[in-house]
Design a protein around this ligand. Structure first.
Ligand code: HEM
Length: 518
């Protein structure tokens, strides 16, 4: 009996000439032939589906085997944990949204069952999840030696091949050294602080006729304008700023989308937006180069410094600008939103913050800009910022890393240090689930149990810039406005953190309030 559909087809094909050569067939012959033909068709169809079934079952068993095989490795056995469903593993429970000031059901459940370090299967890979400060510290310190940072391949398509975020080894070191020296030089210039303050005042001025604002939007406007000014020397009014912002938003949407390069998808649009930003930045660099050659106007900013760096290629310089925008935009605006959200629920902290800023202002001339000494005096502000970084889950984790050797974690496995779990661990922080800025009066800010900016060779180069931005914005906000949150808008971790309604605030200028009471 022919079982294979291809052979059945051949059989029928071979019969046809003999069929046509017979001039006459009697009815019983015809019936037998039809019967045979039907049988062959049925056999062929059954055979075909049988082969498909066997194929599917084999594939399925192969997937299950492949999925669970790593569990049996010697080191894999050393960790407790579960691998979840074949292929998907536990990815869906890991991604389940939860209030940002909690660790979420996945971590809570796994830590209580398996301890602070456990194995899991996330994003198609066997993974060791670490909620342990010592192990997290060890992993971050050994990035590039025992572990290597890894972004999924499609992310490379958006960020570009020479982005500092995806670069490894010597390339990463070279890019990072430039970043650190540029940050150091930029910070030493008074214009750096003045620009931040000027942009903060501009944003707050734009609220003067408003009674309600969406704070997340305003905070993003602020951090974008600051970073574009710092890096490219552009003011919000310049047309390039609007163009970069539009493309940058498309780019950001693509980063959290399905990586399908099909025209019209957010991913494809993001790749295109990146190349448009790249062209805009290249044009700005060219213009600046011409200006320097003509010796027209010395701007003395980050871009001017970047142009003089000869260890970076043209493409790396463009990528460098994009990395700074990416690193400094969303995280810093989220931190601002968290601070404002927590202060709305903590009148004592808000009052103390106000007094601190009033005192600093009282020591200055009217309209005099803040400087580094003023910033250093903002002790309580620092405590509020640290507490928002700890409690607010600004950056839940760093990127996944791959284990390069069989030291502790099987090579080829991913490892994921989760900062939030350490920040919200009641055994490490007293009253961990409360916003309590005063804890930082006695607690060390540079310790293994507090790593909001990561650590080791990937530690955030923009941490100081982010803190100054928030502190200066708060300086003007608390002295000029009072606010109430419109309705409860619980920030959620998706795992990227977002206020679902954008943190709507009812705002009132203190100047108007005073006038009302006179
Ligand atoms: C609240 C604000 C911020 C937070 C919480 C934050 C957090 C972090 C963390 C945790 C990392 C390590 C990522 C990893 O290991 O995968 C990182 C890296 C980075 N951040 Fe930030 N960041 C903030 C602000 C900024 C700002 C303002 C800039 C730029 C001006 C910036 C630029 C970068 C860059 C370029 C990297 C990559 C460093 C490298 O790969 O060597 N960040 N940030």
């Amino acid at each position: 009996m022919q079982c294979d559909p291809f052979l059945t087809f051949l059989y029928i094909y071979q019969f046809q000439p003999s069929l046509s050569s017979q001039n006459t067939l009697n009815s019983s012959q015809l019936l037998t032939f039809h019967f045979n033909l039907t049988l062959f068709f049925m056999a062929g169809t059954i055979g075909f589906w049988l082969v498909v079934l066997v194929g599917i079952v084999t594939l399925f068993l192969g997937l299950i085997f492949n999925h669970f095989l790593p569990i049996l490795s010697k080191l894999g056995l050393a960790f407790k944990g579960t691998f979840g469903w074949p292929l998907l593993g536990e990815t869906l429970s890991f991604l389940k949204p939860h209030p940002s000031n909690s660790v979420g059901v996945y971590l809570q459940d796994h830590c209580s069952r398996f301890g602070k370090v456990f194995k899991s299967h996330l994003f198609f890979s066997p993974t060791v999840v670490s909620c342990d400060p010592e192990l997290n510290y060890f992993i971050l310190q050994n990035e590039g030696k025992l572990f290597q940072c890894s972004y999924p391949k499609p992310i490379h398509g958006i960020l570009g091949k020479v982005s500092m975020l995806v670069a490894v080894g010597d390339t990463h070191k070279r890019l990072r050294n430039v970043a650190l020296s540029l940050v150091t030089v930029t910070k030493s210039k008074p214009e750096f602080l003045n620009d931040i303050e000027r942009i903060a005042i501009q944003i707050l001025d734009s609220w003067k006729d408003k009674t309600q604002i969406k704070f997340c939007k305003e905070a993003r406007k602020f951090t974008f304008n600051v970073i574009v000014k710092q890096v490219l020397g552009l003011t919000p009014e310049e047309p390039e700023t609007t163009k970069i912002l539009e493309d940058f938003l498309t780019f950001m949407r693509g980063l959290i989308s399905l990586p399908l390069y099909i025209p019209g998808t957010p991913y494809a649009r993001a790749v295109k937006a990146r190349s448009r930003i790249s062209s805009t930045v290249k044009a700005i660099i060219e213009k600046r180069r011409r200006n320097i050659a003509e010796n027209s106007r010395k701007r003395n900013d980050f871009l001017e410094l970047l142009l003089c760096v000869d260890t970076l290629s043209e493409e790396e310089k463009v990528s460098f600008v994009l990395d700074s925008l990416l690193g400094g935009y969303e995280t810093t605006s989220l931190l601002m939103a968290m601070v404002v959200h927590f202060l709305s629920h903590s009148p004592t902290a808000l009052q103390q913050l106000k007094l601190e800023h009033q005192k600093i202002r009282s020591m200055k001339q009217k309209n005099e800009y803040l400087n580094w000494e003023d910033y250093k005096r903002m002790d309580f502000t620092q405590n509020v910022i640290n507490e928002a970084l700890r409690y607010g889950n600004i950056k839940k984790m760093c990127s996944f890393l791959y284990s390069l050797s069989d030291y502790l974690i099987p090579s080829g496995w991913k490892v994921l240090p989760v900062f939030t779990a350490v920040h919200l661990d009641p055994s490490l922080h007293a009253n961990a689930l409360q916003f309590h800025p005063w804890r930082w009066e006695s607690q060390d800010q540079t310790c293994k149990k507090f790593t909001p900016f990561g650590g080791g060779s990937r530690c955030c180069p923009g941490s100081e810039l982010a803190k100054v931005e928030v502190a200066f914005f708060l300086h003007h906000l608390v002295q000029n406005f009072r606010w109430k949150t419109e309705e409860e808008d619980q920030p959620m971790a998706y795992p990227y953190v977002e206020f679902q309604r954008g943190l709507v605030l009812n705002v009132e200028r203190l100047f108007e309030v005073k006038k009302k009471h006179q």
